[in-house]
Design a protein around this ligand. Sequence first.
Ligand SMILES: [Mg+2]
Length: 324
Amino acid sequence: MRANNEINEEESLQKITNPIVSIGIFEDDTFDQSFSPKKEKDSNSKKNLTKSINGSMIEMVLNFPIIDSSYNYAGNYENYVTNTLSSIILIKKFLQSQNINLGKKFNEKITENKNNKIYNSNDKKILVLDLDETLIHSDFEGKFKLLNNYDAVINFNEDNINYSVGIYLRPGLFDFLKIVKENFDLYIYTASTLSYCNAIINLIDPEKNIFKDILFRNDCININNQIFIKDISIFDKIENVIIVDNSLYSFMNQISNGILINSFYGDKSDMELLNVMNYLIGFLSTAEDVRKINEHFFNFKSIMQEIEKNLICNVPSNNILMNV
Ligand SMILES: [Mg+2]
């Protein structure tokens, strides 16, 4: 990250962009922006965890740690999906044990902030798009600077700190947006902060005529500032709503509405947007219920059910501080 002020770079990155995909019990987890699988968590994480919860739940969570979206790279799809879905089951069981109802929490939020659900304006389906590592990559740490020249540099201010960040646009981005806009109402739903998000939107939609609306971090279900769930029940007619995201955690509340796209870090030969576009237009634009088609192709729900059958969960009763 290149900031103009003296700041803790890692902390600031965590505050602004995609969340570190971890839950509070993994206190020393950090977001790893690389194609390579992260190293095994060191023994301190396990110690922190064992302080918090007991019994067979410990063993299960240790076996299925929270999976960083950087694991979602080409060639690791099945591994990423299986492990992430396993951890989602455990997270949901854990939250259930703490009497935390994510759906209820979000419905309260809709009432409080939005008054009403979001309705599509015509007969088009709704396509909800993630930003970071789905449409663009912001190279905060300069890790990928040598990979290719940046496509753009954005400047923005967050908490009185000025940022200047190199951006890679996913190949085919503008054609993708132009074509899918003909078939869908487009929304951005990002876990990023508003000022950063606005800087990206100014770059990819300067005329402000592509996206119907922007949902950002405050519209996510925030679990301890570490998992940000994008609950698309905020939209009416859920059978007509599709979300494209590089993290399965983002759409864990409506798993069959999601299309999982590989994480993008600047690879100029990436073809994923073209693949997603063909799928969206070929299979979903006229579907009666997008969830049925997605389930047919991706099986997220049935994989979860299969994994759950093999898990015997003894849910702990002691309390862990969860900021939801
Ligand atoms: Mg993302």
